[in-house]
Design a protein around this ligand. Structure first.
Ligand SMILES: Cc1cc2nc3c(=O)[nH]c(=O)nc-3n(C[C@H](O)[C@H](O)[C@H](O)COP(=O)(O)OP(=O)(O)OC[C@H]3O[C@@H](n4cnc5c(N)ncnc54)[C@H](O)[C@@H]3O)c2cc1C
Length: 408
């Protein structure tokens, strides 16, 4: 049966384009449909949103051909420091310190602004002969049919493919229409996000202060700038968001501290209500979910996009290997290989971050004492640590080729 493309990806945020580029590189045709206008997110007004990219994610970006143009815009992260914090109290003892000098001097990760990453994806998709991008259009319906799936767009076009991938974010319509239910809960917290300019250099060090009402991450950007992800109770966040820039900084200063000298805002402020949302399945016949559509997590450890890119690497590898063996890439036995590879890892990490946030977002003196001794963290990181150990021990299955920087 002839289809419009091999794969339709609903969602042109970050994970959708990454998957499209990986598949197109391996010779598949992909149609990417995105509800948002294509260039909006690439504009400079979006300054301030940034991602902490793990080294494996950076290798994937290199393997799909977008890192070359991004390297000059990324900030190397050489150290990560985490400790308790209370407004106005200055630096508390650290209970976690990753230092690249203990390894081989290579960075712990990279910080990259959303506008640069999105722009690189957009330009690479527009240049890829196998990719058709349809912006400002929604997927509104989907219907499996023999050998494929028919997808209806908001402009009433109907396209068909062997496989539909839901990369349509936390409220995934693709998942809902496929009958995939979700579990999760709200955190009662909102993340306040902004770019901050400061007097002194950050030396490539990322900081996480665990405040009683939620964590404050200070993440290095190129120059004397850092991105903050400041989680507060919903009520506090509502009040802080409504403040003028000057008053916002007055509330931030005692939390941020003075270790980087004078601080000011370097762009607009954003706020994101935080919740955990996990899809109960990542695959049903003719449909697979990736990224936030599969798992929306707390930003406490900056892992959301990294998790999504692991989905991209695993799904792309499963599909390309299946194609080479002459299998149907939309068949459930193929898609179950992807689900088996990814679901345990993502759920363990999501619940690990959930536990860390719950343990640290409070002012219980006993917990604070335990945390300062490092005991709380070790306990809280149990699921996380086991997840990493599984990976290190190879129990989570082999690392996908793209995350090793290898071609598919
Ligand atoms: C405050 C905050 C800080 C974060 N910091 C980090 C960090 O440091 N490191 C990290 O790794 N991650 C971080 N994350 C997580 C990261 O932002 C997400 O995991 C990532 O953006 C998810 O990308 P996605 O492509 O899966 O979904 P999205 O970026 O949500 O994209 C979904 C896309 O689908 C489109 N869409 C929706 N419905 C339809 C439809 N019906 N038809 C067509 N298109 C549709 C939307 O227009 C959108 O473009 C953070 C998140 C938050 C909230």
């Amino acid at each position: 049966m002839k289809h419009d493309s091999d794969v339709i990806v609903a969602g042109g945020g970050l994970n959708g384009p990454a998957l499209a580029l990986a598949l197109a590189q391996a010779g598949l045709t992909v149609t990417v449909i995105d509800a948002a206008p294509a260039r909006q997110r690439a504009e400079d007004a979006f300054d301030g949103r940034a991602y902490a990219l793990a080294i494996a994610s950076q290798k994937l970006l290199a393997a799909i051909g977008v890192w070359g143009g991004l390297a000059g815009q990324a900030q190397k992260m050489m150290e990560v420091k985490a400790g308790d914090g209370r407004p106005g109290e200055g630096a508390a003892p650290l209970f976690l310190h990753f230092d690249s000098r203990e390894l081989d001097q290579s960075p712990v990760g990279y910080m990259l602004e959303d506008r640069f990453l999105y722009r690189a994806f957009l330009e690479a998709m527009q240049a890829a002969p196998g990719i058709t991008l349809i912006p400002e259009t929604q997927v509104v319906a989907q219907e499996p049919e023999p050998g494929g799936i028919a997808v209806t767009l908001s402009d009433e076009r109907i396209l068909s493919a062997r496989l539909l991938v839901g990369a349509d974010g936390r409220r995934s319509g693709v998942a809902e229409r496929a009958g995939i239910t979700r579990e999760g809960w709200g955190y009662g917290q909102t993340a306040l996000v902004a770019a901050i300019e400061h007097e002194l250099p950050h030396e490539g060090i990322a900081h996480q202060f665990f405040m009683p009402t939620g964590p404050l991450a200070i993440l290095p950007l190129p120059g004397n700038r850092s991105s903050i992800v400041w989680s507060e109770t919903d009520e506090n966040a509502r009040v802080i968001s409504a403040l003028s820039d000057e008053d916002f900084l007055a509330v931030l200063r005692p939390r941020f501290g003075d270790f980087l000298g004078r601080i000011g805002l370097a762009g607009p402020r954003f706020s994101y209500p935080l919740n955990l949302t996990l899809a109960r399945a990542y695959a049903v016949p003719r449909v697979a979910l990736i990224g936030d559509a599969a798992h929306g997590v707390h930003p406490i450890a900056g892992q959301g996009l990294n998790l999504g890119l692991r989905d991209v690497a695993a799904l792309a590898e499963v599909l390309v290997d299946a194609l080479r063996r002459g299998e149907d890439i939309g068949a459930i036995d193929v898609l179950e290989r992807y689900q088996g590879w990814r679901r345990f890892d993502s759920t363990a990490l999501a619940l690990g971050m959930d536990g860390v946030n719950k343990l640290f977002s409070n002012d219980n003196p006993i917990l604070r004492a335990g945390r300062d001794l490092g005991m709380g963290l070790v306990q809280a990181l149990g699921p996380l640590r086991r997840g990493f150990m599984r990976q290190a021990a190879g129990l989570g299955g082999p690392m996908p080729r793209l995350l090793q920087g290898r071609p598919l």
